[in-house]
Ligand binder design. Sequence first.
Ligand code: ADP
Ligand code: ASP
Ligand code: MG
Length: 429
Amino acid sequence: MAEQPTNRVQQEGSPREPGASPARPGRPIIVQKYGGSSVADVDKIGKVADRVVAAKRAGNDVVVVVSAMGKTTDGLLALARQAASAGGAAADPPRRELDMLLSTGERVSMALLSIAIQARGFEAISFTGSQSGILTNDRHFDARIIEVRPFRIEDELARGRIVIVAGYQGMSYRREITTLGRGGSDTTAVALAAALSAERCEIYSDVDGVYSADPRVVPDARHLPELDAAVLQEMAECGAKVVCAQAVEWARRSGVALYARSTFDAAPGARETVVRRFAPGSTSSTHAARAIVAEGNVVLARAPGGLRLDALLRAAGELGLGFRDLSFGPGGGAFVIPLLNVPDWQGAKRQLVALQPSLELDEGLASVSVVGDGLTATASPLSRFIEVLGGAGIAPRFTVASPLRLGALVDAADAAPAQRLLHATFVAP
Ligand code: ADP
Ligand code: ASP
Ligand code: MG
């Protein structure tokens, strides 16, 4: 799979070289991203339009990235599964067609928001991911952005227009429509902010920033006003969906500052979380737990000794499966497969087992993690982690430890109590 776009990819619009022309000298560019709950109906889209117009009135050039309305992406996925089950037998829809289908969700919200902004007397134009110059690799359903060529956006900003971009999608170097993995509108926003040298990237959702745990699960989770991008990336990789992991990775690499805010709690001075490469006050010597995160729908793959790791990983790669927490030795090994971005697990599972019949796959699991800094500097955080879960009768199937994370795989039903216990032990004792 080629990771570099070829020069055969020609963007429509200006032939300018990347970075050759800032939109309008002296006017800061702000990228705002509004998630599904923020654009769930036309009323809410109107409120978002008011906020966008206010940012424009304040003297900024504004680029807005939108997600699909409400739970549209889940609804489209369900339709695809229905269409794929012929004669009652369930089957996995092909990934290419899923991308064609799912990318329509964001197109609906981009056009509605552009219409709502124009109705307020401001000039606006909407663009799909490919029109915005988001170029990706060809891994359908879970593509990675490899280059951003935002010429058309720059041209429209220079004309004084507000630009609305459909999040979560791009175009591969084969000119195929791709999607960026669940939650991928965040990635569109940060990658565009980096390519446009934006002053900042504001991520608006139904929560006023990042907390020390999912506030829906842990009621006394603490608001985190400032956070290091490395810590947030680890949180996102392990399931905290407040900002998607690939987006944080872009922010880390490009130095774009992220502001996570609530869409509907916009009073001046409202709470927010600012995420920077190095948050003020963070030092390499802080040995501390910062947050508890969990991810449902993960599979534990266990391989007895004698199994060829290289063959297994090659098969996983061909099937488009990601993995983490791999350990392997002469006696065997194990790794974790997150299923969030695997729309065709039933087929992939059959092929994996056909290739490696001794592979054991435990499904219906969740991972719970303590994320922080220096967590393996001594043995004590890990021994407390094991004791706390064991004391509550929660038996991890698999435990991992690194300086940034202590993690365990537990039965899905134990995930919520485990998060509350770990939060009370490590974050808010
Ligand atoms: P959007 O649709 O706007 O992208 P998401 O649903 O993807 O929003 O993300 C916001 C949700 O993330 C919140 O409603 C919250 O339940 C969840 N969440 C999980 N972990 C955290 C955390 N550590 N801090 C804040 N929110 C979190
Ligand atoms: N609509 C997509 C999803 O539900 C992308 C996003 O919301 O960021 O995953
Ligand atoms: Mg999201």
